[in-house]
Design a protein. Structure first.
Ligand SMILES: [Zn+2]
Ligand SMILES: [Zn+2]
Length: 391
């Protein structure tokens, strides 16, 4: 059961969609052209239901199979793609390069959207399954929690979704290969902001000041001991301070300093530990210097935890499409984050990576989605539905 011939026949059409989307990138929730493009296609394919406006600009299509699903298995299986681009200036020089200054499909969501459209076309034509396939096109994956916004608009309940699957391209993994793992596959992503209040003054009379910059420097150093000395070394965590703002001239000790950064973890326990220790270190270091400091810690995306059974199923489907030796079902987890995590908190599901070959990395201005991956991705989606919902 390799790549589906009928899907190979769609290749030039799917490539044309992909290039059209690539040339017209839109950001976050502001996707009028992209969501209209998707909704128009879903209607043209003959989806039984097309819903727009979930999570502001999300689009959902429902394809009913030849008969109702029976037995104890899932009756409604959802497939999810993301539609948003990034505020990056493209340097690929491709003939279909971005026509919008400062915006670019640098994460391959153009390819994800085109592949799921291809699968929707195939499933609408063939309907070789029982129950319903729901195709979900979401906005604002890049930091805007678009998946959660669609859930707040009733995505899971309104379409009675039993299981949900996601897919992302992966530069460095050869085209035609897949990688997945059960359990945590991507990290929780938390925002942190540290505000330090000292006492400013003359740079030549430092004994009369409380130097907020010096306190900030101590905090930056000490925070690294949390990962090195508090988190169990067999677990994973990242703390990165990425901005440090203090002072405005060379002869004044700054009164304040503000640091921002990110913390990543794969489990709730490590996330709790990191937040608690951050607070203790920030407040403690400030106190011993006679300053005050506050930590604002905002939990953004939770860890993405793949359901064990859904992961084994997804890996089997991928093996059927591409061959047993081309699917890694025990890849190492990544400390990047993904809002598909919200969906699998509520429904069983699994998120898989598909090889993008030797391309520039995700979010790089020279990145490009690899169109040779399309038949693999579309066949994976189609087979997943036909296997999960046998006719
Ligand atoms: Zn991205
Ligand atoms: Zn992405």
């Amino acid at each position: 059961m390799p790549i589906i011939n009928r899907i190979v026949d769609y290749q030039s059409e799917i490539v044309a969609w992909r290039r059209d989307l690539h040339a017209h990138p839109e950001l976050m929730y502001d996707l009028p052209r992209t969501s209209a493009f998707v909704a128009e296609k879903l209607k043209a394919f003959g989806c039984d239901e097309v819903a727009t406006g979930l999570g502001r600009t999300g689009v959902v299509g429902v394809i009913r199979g030849r008969k109702a699903a029976n037995g104890s298995g899932p009756k409604v299986v959802a497939l999810r793609a993301d539609m948003d681009a990034l505020p990056v200036t493209e340097i690929t020089g491709a003939p279909y390069a971005s026509t919008v200054a400062g915006k670019m499909h640098a994460c391959g969501h153009d390819g994800h959207t085109a592949m799921l459209l291809g699968a929707t076309k195939y499933l609408s034509e063939t309907r070789n399954f029982a129950g319903s396939a729901v195709v979900v096109f979401q906005p604002a994956e890049e930091g805007g929690a678009g998946a959660r916004a669609m859930m707040e608009d009733g995505l899971l309940e309104r379409f009675a979704i039993d299981e949900i699957y996601g897919m992302h391209n992966f530069p460095g993994l050869p085209v035609g290969e897949f990688a997945i793992r059960p359990g945590a596959i991507m990290a929780a992503s938390d925002y942190l902001e540290i505000s330090i209040e000292g006492r400013g003054g003359h740079a030549a009379r430092p004994h009369l000041t409380v130097d907020a910059l010096l306190v900030g420097a101590q905090i930056v150093n000490q925070l690294q001991s949390i990962v090195a000395r508090n988190v169990d070394p067999v677990n994973s965590a990242v703390i990165s301070i990425c901005t440090f703002k203090a002072g405005h001239t060379d002869n004044v000790v700054p009164q304040t300093a503000v640091l921002t950064g990110t913390a990543r973890s794969l489990t709730a326990q490590v996330q709790d530990l990191v937040e608690a220790r951050l607070r203790e270190v920030v407040e403690g270091i400030a106190k011993i210097h006679g300053a005050t400091a506050t930590l604002e810690y905002e939990r953004n995306y939770p860890p993405l935890v793949n359901d064990a059974r859904a992961t084994a199923f997804a890996a089997d489907v991928a093996r059927a499409v591409t061959g047993a030796d081309r699917v890694d079902d025990a890849m190492a987890p990544l400390m990047i984050a993904e809002d598909f995590s919200f969906l699998v908190q509520k429904r069983p599901g699994a998120y898989i990576f598909i090889g993008n070959g030797d391309s520039a990395g995700l979010h790089h201005p020279a990145y490009d989605f690899n169109e040779e991956a399309i038949p693999y991705g579309v066949s994976y989606w189609a087979r997943l539905i036909e296997t999960a919902l046998p006719a």
